[in-house]
Design a protein around this ligand. Structure first.
Ligand code: URA
Ligand code: CA
Length: 430
């Protein structure tokens, strides 16, 4: 086989065989195929797309390009959850202990973030002492012991995805449904889950700005999962404003703890209950999503989920006292209110703009090497549909520098106002 023929075949819109896809992935990972040929191939995929069969094959080839985590010594159905990425999305920190409190093993490998705020691991590192780097043996032991462990992704998980993603990022080929779907699913499959719940975001803060594209991505990933023997479900949720009120690492940990205590923001709580219900059904601990939801509400109210969170934290070296004393989390020096420029109702909050504001404060990484400031971020006080008066505080900036004029301007510009009353946007879109 020659790479040039694979590029030509895809360029002309033909379907590649499983052997041909394997050849492309193996060749690229072993450095036999150079970046310039892979770039041309990715651009051909971008324009011509891929069939479900091709996408499933690409996923499997990437999943088996490195380590595969073996969770077979953990009893029960292992269910994982993945979000396609939004702004202020703290769901993993809440969902994992909620689901584990019902006896379902949660063996979670999470990444660090490149973007607006950190990933789940960065957020948890706001808790003093928390250790994300544990060996595979210890990871499995912790899940067997506490039903829950959240650890950093093994360096050699789906290396093909790491290489291809790096190339996509600089060749304008990120936004392709088969490439996004195979990228996400290859990591989930290599991480060993039996069943997967996907949270596909749509709206201003998401990859998929349009609902129809989000639905296509969701269908593609569900199809891949089911084709490779992992029961998969997807929810399409709204990202036309940030989720919850906190955007920033320590701020989101605090919000996550409050949500586990049953006093979190309504949208974040609802999304956790919807995603959690699907996880419970896939783990076969409830017959219906309605029954699953009641179980989740029960462990939230009773404090059992919070107890599981504390056990998990202690086992991974974290300071458990932050749960009851969140003021022990890293705190920014300045808290600066943002005043509403108008009277009326909030009609939109551009999530990506708020995310960029948080990143400018230092909450997110600009390059893979940057350090992040865990204490900074933005707290929103007004969401879509809320009434505001001119001069009233719509948000608070948590910053370690006093001059935040650029960030303040970004936040004000992210908000849109209307004189008329605005209906709330449904959180669950499909
Ligand atoms: N997240 C991923 O992991 N991969 C993509 O391609 C897009 C989002
Ligand atoms: Ca949030």
């Amino acid at each position: 086989m020659r790479m040039v023929d694979m590029i030509a075949k895809k360029r002309d819109g033909k379907e590649l065989t499983p052997e041909e896809i394997q050849f492309v992935v193996n060749g690229y990972v072993s450095n036999e195929i150079p970046d310039y040929q892979m770039s041309a191939f990715l651009m051909a995929v971008y324009f011509q797309g891929m069939s479900h069969a091709e996408t499933a094959q690409l996923t499997l080839a990437m999943a088996s390009s490195g380590d595969r985590i073996d969770l077979s010594t953990i009893d029960g159905i292992k269910v994982d959850k993945h979000s396609t990425g939004g702004v202020g999305d703290t769901t993993s920190i809440i969902l994992a202990p909620l689901v584990a409190a019902l006896g379902i093993p949660v063996a979670k490998m999470s990444g660090r973030g490149l973007g607006h705020t950190g990933g789940t691991i960065d957020k948890l590192e706001a808790i003093p002492g928390y250790r994300a780097e544990v060996s595979e043996e210890e990871f499995i032991r912790l899940v067997n012991q506490n039903k829950l462990a959240i650890v950093g992704q093994s360096g050699n998980l789906a290396p093909a995805d790491k290489m291809i993603y790096g190339l996509r990022d600089v060749t304008a080929t990120v936004n392709s449904i088969p490439l996004i779907a195979s990228s996400i699913m290859s990591k989930k499959i290599a991480a060993g889950a039996d069943a997967i719940v996907l949270d596909v975001k749509t709206g201003s803060g998401a990859f998929m700005k349009k609902f129809e594209d989000a639905r296509l991505l969701a269908n593609t990933m569900v199809e891949i999962g089911n084709q490779v023997g992992r029961k998969t479900m997807a929810v399409i949720s709204d990202m036309s404003q940030p989720l919850g009120n906190a955007i920033g690492n320590a701020l989101e940990v605090k919000e996550g703890i409050e949500t586990l205590q049953g006093r979190g923001p309504a949208d974040l709580t609802e999304l956790c209950l919807v995603l959690g219900s699907k996880m419970i059904v896939l783990a076969e601990k409830a017959e219906s999503e309605k029954e699953a939801r009641e179980l989740l509400e029960k462990v939230m109210k009773s404090g059992e989920a919070l107890q599981v969170f504390k056990q998990f934290l202690a086992a991974q070296g974290g300071d458990v006292s932050v749960v009851d004393n969140p003021e022990k989390l890293p705190k920014a020096v300045y808290q600066i209110p943002v005043a509403s420029p108008e009277n009326g109702y909030v009609s939109a909050i551009k999530a990506d703009e708020i995310g960029t504001a948080a990143m400018l404060l230092g909450a997110g990484r600009v390059t893979k090497e940057s350090d992040i400031d865990l204490s900074v971020g933005v707290m929103l006080h007004k969401k879509i549909g809320d009434r505001v008066h001119s001069g009233e505080s719509i948000a608070t900036i948590h910053s370690n520098v006093q001059n935040v004029s650029t960030v303040m301007e970004k936040i004000v510009k992210a908000y849109r106002f209307s004189k008329e009353k605005i209906d709330q946007i449904p959180l669950i879109r499909g």
